[in-house]
Design a protein around this ligand. Structure first.
Ligand SMILES: NC(=O)c1ccc[n+]([C@@H]2O[C@H](COP(=O)([O-])OP(=O)(O)OC[C@H]3O[C@@H](n4cnc5c(N)ncnc54)[C@H](O)[C@@H]3O)[C@@H](O)[C@H]2O)c1
Length: 439
């Protein structure tokens, strides 16, 4: 049996370690954050990811999954070490690789046998080669593999257990690495069709290419949405009209408040920055980011126009704070920039989210009021903004909302209530890229 360890127990590392353990393999998960490890040892999950808590409990109590802060001890008998630490953006848009390099150096210093380092963090092209060089003086042979992760928060377990593809970048001659990767992924690759082998440079670019292409679709639809509102067109119809073409496909064509999350914004910028270092201007990727940055203020500008150019003193209810449903992650969430814009305009904000309120409280403290009941948020509100399309917001009691609000203005940032004829129910209703409805 391959013995493996995973360093970094965030969204990617914890899911990776737990899912490998669920296939019967022995996994040690390592994190430098002692409080995280303490919680995990009590089977408490530091993040919200559907189904993960039960899986951690099951595999940890079966002895297949353990948690520690002690990397040296964790490395005992380990053949494969997965790096899944964060690679946040620096101020100039590059990926900060300090955690990746630090972990690689620790691995090289502590391994007591030949080792394969698998980089799962999203890193710019050339990082594999840098890590390989960094560990070249180790006492044992270390082969470095690139294995970017494609899981989606909110559906991470099924994405990991039933992958569309497993991208593995391995250098020619690194046969031990290739063999171990085949073995560790065997349970997820029973059809023998999932692994896409390539060199590490291609694997590194593949990850950024996938995220940038998806982000590009969103930015394009958001640009079209702005045009639609000007010319009397409907972005929803256009989405269906173009998405039904199998060459285009229907996913990632929803206009909204702009893309967010821990990956798209930073990965698009990091791809542009990495290309620039090689003297290449990736204009489409750069424009994707610029459109998104501009679009982030779209909803607030619209609200301001509605209130005659002045939002000072307005009480705004926000439903949905996580960057998408199914997660508590608020990194680069559209709700964060929206809140910042609204606070700058002098608004009072009352927010609600099923999972992300603790993280928002940590970020904004007392400047945003957070309430456990979505209807408490709309009480005396001048406008309701829907920013995350959680399932529980799909069919709210609009009669009750109308009664509770000071002025019945709804800005539906995800176009989930478009078909409800809210104008006829007494609301001023607007979405993104659709025609407004008046009471
Ligand atoms: N979140 C996603 O949906 C997703 C999807 C695919 C790829 N990725 C990529 O995977 C990587 C990890 O992302 P994440 O969202 O899981 O990050 P995260 O911030 O949730 O978790 C990173 C973890 O690494 C730990 N860590 C940092 N430095 C360490 C060190 N020196 N030793 C031990 N532990 C250390 C941190 O304490 C933290 O728990 C990033 O490169 C990200 O771009 C993320």
């Amino acid at each position: 049996m391959v013995k493996l360890c995973v360093i970094g127990t965030g969204y990617v590392g914890l899911v990776t370690g737990t899912c490998f353990a669920a296939t019967g393999q022995r996994v040690v998960c390592v994190d430098k954050d002692a409080s995280k490890i303490e919680r995990l040892n009590r089977y408490e999950i530091p993040i919200y990811e559907p189904g993960l808590e039960e899986m951690v409990k099951e595999n940890a109590s079966a002895g297949r999954l353990t948690f520690t802060t002690d990397l040296a001890a964790a490395l005992r008998d380990v053949d494969l070490a997965f790096i899944a630490v964060g690679t946040p953006p620096t101020h100039d848009g590059e990926a900060d690789l300090s955690a990746v390099f630090a972990v690689a150096q620790e691995l090289a210093a502590h391994t007591a046998r030949d080792l394969v380092i698998v980089n799962k963090s999203t890193v710019p092209v050339g990082t594999n080669a840098q890590v390989q060089k960094l560990v070249s003086d180790a006492a044992h042979d270390i082969q470095v593999v690139s294995n970017p992760e494609f899981l989606k928060e909110g559906g991470a377990i099924s994405d990991f257990m039933y992958p569309d593809r497993i991208v593995i970048g391995v250098r020619p001659g690194h046969d031990r690495a290739r063999r171990l990767m085949e073995r560790v992924y065997h349970p997820l690759n029973l059809s023998n069709t999932k692994i896409v082998w390539m060199n590490p440079e291609s694997a590194e670019v593949t990850k950024y290419a996938a995220n940038t292409m998806l982000a590009m679709r969103i930015s394009f639809m958001n640009e079209l949405a702005v045009l639609c509102e000007e010319v009397g067109a409907d972005v929803q119809s256009i989405r269906m009209g173009v998405g039904s073409d199998p060459r285009i496909g229907s996913q990632f064509l929803h206009a909204g408040p702009g893309y967010g999350g821990s990956c798209f914004p930073k990965d698009v910028k990091a791809l542009v920055a990495a290309a620039r270092r090689h003297g290449i201007e990736l204009e489409l990727a750069d424009a994707t980011n610029r459109v998104n940055v501009r679009h982030r203020s779209f909803l607030v500008r619209k609200l301001k126009r509605h209130f005659g150019g002045d939002l000072a003193g307005k009480r705004i209810a926000i439903w949905g704070l996580a960057f998408k449903p199914g997660t508590d992650d608020i990194r680069e969430s559209p709700s964060i920039t929206t809140i910042e814009f609204l606070l700058n305009e002098g608004c009072e904000i009352v927010g609600h989210d099923p999972e992300a309120m603790e993280n928002v409280r940590e970020m904004f403290g007392d400047s945003v009021t957070l309430v456990d009941d979505a209807y408490d948020a709309v009480k005396d509100a001048d406008a309701l903004m829907l920013l995350t399309e959680w399932r529980e917001f799909q069919y709210p009691e609009f009669g009750r909302i109308h009664e509770l609000m000071r002025t019945p203005v709804i800005l539906d940032g995800r176009n989930i209530w478009v078909t409800y004829k809210l104008g006829e129910q007494g609301f001023e209703y607007a979405g993104v890229g659709i025609q407004h409805e008046s009471a």
